[in-house]
Design a protein around this ligand. Structure first.
Ligand code: NAD
Ligand code: DAU
Length: 378
């Protein structure tokens, strides 16, 4: 079947993996990648597929309603996978307005433009889908309690035996009430509400998924894992926020992209799916795995980089624990992560070490100023 699919934020971390997957897997689909190319957008992430006949790129701001109308209409878009967003929590603490503009007003503009175009067609909403990519952070924060959470139902992601990957009883379900704390998660929650409102009010075919922390190639080095790999390589301090006790559930980015593909094609309209790996790690434990892996791959003796760990002032309002219950997605659509965490981390570290030019390009110029500004007073 021929389709015209708009992927927003396709030059970013997760978006570039989704674009690559769709371009490779669906030669009959026309994939339009729409991205503003902010500091986080990088077309070098898509070098391998940029000349494909079923791929095109358009530089635009999702908050520009007229542009969204034009692009959606001119390309006869019938499916939208919306990933464009400001995505870094620390930046949202410094500059909440940019997050409201892009994540809230941008999502609203895209929704409105799609609604107008689809309602103008004879078949209207039939065969259309607005798929909004959201985060587990909208559900708020869980506490660290006794380790009796849900055991991983997956055959693939269980971590090494020494690591316990369930820190508490409570997990986020699709029905968990929204309770965002950071300006980032508040803006994502607001955009999720708008998406659902467009379904409930206008009957627009929408879908929302909420995913846990992603890791893998092409992630901007403001985020924990690529930042730490790069700092170890350059023998720079590793700034651990607070006591390093916060817990995140980590999922390999290609597994998120596979879930998005499955849900885009088989998900139930107006439904919500949680996506996560049942792979919880305390930051400090994860950091030790990263240090061990980088040192091993660089040929350093074990423990060589341990002294780089530096405890710094905590993130304001730092959510303690996120834990996603993704059993609905497994049960209803049969999705499972494909990798064990140790394999994923090894692949990831190797990729960053092998792609130093990519990293060096990103970490010059503006990034240096960002780094100074974000970390100098911690
Ligand atoms: P990212 O910051 O790497 O990429 C975001 C992309 O959006 C960039 O290419 C950027 O140029 C583009 N963009 C930003 N503002 C724009 C605008 N106004 N108009 C058009 N394009 C714009 O983000 P990511 O980590 O790839 O996250 C992608 C999506 O997935 C986001 O919606 C995020 O909330 C969500 N998400 C991320 C994670 C994660 O762990 N990274 C987990 C769950 C959900
Ligand atoms: O949970 C999904 C979310 O995961 C996504 O919605 C966000 O877009 C994505 O950025 C990510 O948010 P986090 O805040 O969890 O990711 P980050 O990599 O910034 O931080 C991971 C943990 O590591 C968090 O507890 C803060 C801590 N941290 C982070 C940085 C950058 C440090 O201790 N030191 C650091 O320098």
């Amino acid at each position: 079947m021929k389709r015209n699919i708009l992927i927003t934020g396709g030059a970013g971390f997760i978006g570039s993996h989704v674009v690559r997957l769709f371009v490779n897997k669906y030669p009959d689909y026309r994939i339009v990648n729409l991205d503003k190319l902010t500091y986080a957008g990088n077309l070098a992430n898509l070098k391998d597929i940029e000349d494909r006949p079923n791929y095109s790129f358009v530089k635009a701001d999702i908050a520009d309603l007229d542009e969204m109308r034009r692009i959606i209409t001119e390309n006869h878009i019938d499916g939208i996978i919306h990933l464009a967003a400001e995505s870094h929590v620390d930046r949202s603490i410094k500059d909440p307005f940019t997050f409201a503009r892009t994540n809230v007003m941008g999502t609203l503009s895209l929704l409105q433009a799609a609604k107008e175009y689809w309602e103008s067609l004879p078949e209207k909403y039939e065969g259309k889908l607005f798929y909004h990519i959201s985060t587990d952070e909208v559900y708020g924060a869980l506490e660290l309690t006794d380790p009796q959470g849900i055991e991983s139902p997956f055959t693939t992601t269980a971590s090494s035996t020494e690591h316990h990957h369930a820190y508490g009883r409570a997990f986020f379900l699709e029905t968990t009430k929204y309770n965002p704390h950071s300006p980032y998660s508040a803006s994502k929650a607001s955009s999720d509400h708008f998406v659902r409102a467009y379904h409930d009010t206008y009957g627009m075919p929408t879908l929302v998924t909420n995913c846990s922390n992603n890791y893998g190639p092409y992630q901007f080095p403001e985020k924990l894992i690529p930042l730490f790999i790069n700092n170890i390589r350059h023998r720079k301090p590793l700034p651990v926020y607070g006591k390093g006790e916060n817990v995140r559930d980590w999922l390999f980015v290609e597994d998120h992209a596979r879930a998005i593909d499955l849900i885009f094609h088989k998900g139930k309209i107006a439904d919500t799916y949680n996506i996560g790996g049942f792979n919880e790690w305390k930051n400090i434990d994860l950091i030790k795995v990263i240090i061990r892996t980088v040192d091993r791959l660089l040929g350093n003796p074990e423990g060589h980089s341990d002294s780089l760990i530096t405890y710094v002032t905590d993130r304001l309002g730092h959510d303690m624990r996120y834990a996603i219950d993704s059993r609905k997605l497994q049960r209803e659509l049969g999705w499972e992560p494909s990798l064990q965490f140790e394999e994923g981390i090894e692949k990831t570290v190797r990729w960053y070490l092998d792609n130093q030019a990519w990293m060096d390009h990103i970490t010059s110029g503006d990034y240096q100023r960002y780094y100074e500004d974000m970390y100098s007073n911690r």
